[in-house]
Design a protein around this ligand. Structure first.
Ligand code: CO
Length: 196
């Protein structure tokens, strides 16, 4: 994969299966990325494709069955609903600005922000979560190059949510005990209904 892959991102790849809560892989501590090879790049490509089409703004490797410290995100892309001549509906995605984070380490966290979160592994559940408002994160890109990013607002929230997946934490586990149990029950009931 060439270095301009992210800048000239085209929606291509295949759809990966997203594991849903409470799948055991979502509870594992993921292992560091050590090989920045074509296998990793293929996973990045397919994770971005899966994330955009879901649609979601972030996806961590454990969610698609790879227990490694890597996630992708894009909080900026556009999704336009288009009604075709035959009445069917299509979604057109554009303005991609994908980012890939390998082996992220939070160097600084400050302030407090409450933001409504959702997760592709807990579909249909949305809840306010308290996070740090400002973060500084050191990470490697998909070629192993070391970088640092400072983030606030939605990007900060998204980085913390995705990083939690690498530590085996799903966002509902950041809520009070009572609220978590309530949402967990609601979610499992919904999943049961889907299966029937
Ligand atoms: Co998530």
């Amino acid at each position: 994969m060439n270095k301009n892959f992210l800048e000239n991102y085209l929606l291509e790849g295949k759809t990966l299966t997203i594991h849903t809560y409470p799948a055991p892989i979502l509870k594992q501590i993921a292992k560091p990325v050590t090989e920045f090879n074509s296998e990793l790049h293929e996973l990045v490509k397919n994770m971005l494709f899966t994330m955009y089409n879901a649609p979601g703004i972030g996806l961590a490797a454990p969610q698609v069955g790879a227990s490694i410290r890597m996630f992708v995100l894009d909080i900026w892309f556009d999704r336009e609903k288009v009604t075709l001549a035959d009445g069917s509906v299509e979604y057109r995605l554009s303005e991609f600005a994908p980012m890939v984070f390998c082996n992220p380490v939070f160097k600084n966290k400050s302030g407090e922000v409450i933001h409504e979160e959702g997760c592709l592994s807990v579909p249909g559940i949305y809840e306010d979560v308290k996070r740090s408002e400002f973060v500084t994160v050191e990470f490697q890109d998909m070629f192993g190059e070391h970088l640092t990013i400072e983030a606030d607002e939605l990007l900060s929230v998204c980085l913390q949510h995705e990083n939690d997946h690498l530590d085996g934490i799903v966002f509902i586990e950041r809520l009070s005990f009572l609220k978590k149990n309530l949402l967990e029950k609601k979610f499992l009931k919904q999943q049961q209904k889907k299966k029937q």
